[in-house]
Structure formats: C-alpha cells, structure tokens
Design a protein around this ligand. Structure first.
Ligand code: ZN
Length: 74
C-alpha cells in the first residue's frame, strides 16, 4: 500500500499519506524509545484508503527502524 499506492482491501488508488502533527504531545501514533517526552520519538506514518477506510502504519526511515531495533529487541 505504501509502495503501490493501491488499497489491498478494495483495490482503490485513493490512498493518502497522513503525517502526524509535529509537536503534538498527546499522540497515540508515535512510538517512544525513551520515557522522556519528545525524546526518542519515532513518527508513525499512516496510509489511509480514502475509498474504504483501511489504514496501514509505517515507520519510514531506516534510521528510525534502527532506533526501534536498538530500543526494543534483545
Ligand atoms: Zn480501500
């Protein structure tokens, strides 16, 4: 969906990329690698099908994925 811009559920091409609002505190959509507010915040980008409403979540950069690997894997 992120790469094809094609909804896997309904086949629509009306897929939109939704950024989280920068600086928002009460975000349910970011992942925090630290317990300190706004430190180690990994943005999660949503891809939403405007036709059927299906949503995918992506951590888009390899630097951010490396930070997640470091913070959560053992
Ligand atoms: Zn769809």
């Amino acid at each position: 969906m992120r790469n094809t811009r094609l909804c896997p559920k309904c086949g629509s091409r009306e897929v939109v990329r939704v950024l989280d609002r920068p600086g928002r505190y009460a975000s349910g959509n970011n992942i925090y690698t630290s317990r300190f507010e706004n430190f180690g915040k990994i943005p999660v980008i949503r891809y939403v099908c405007a036709n059927c409403g299906y949503v995918e979540n992506w951590v888009e950069t390899s630097r951010e994925r490396d930070a997640l690997r470091h913070a959560f894997s053992r």
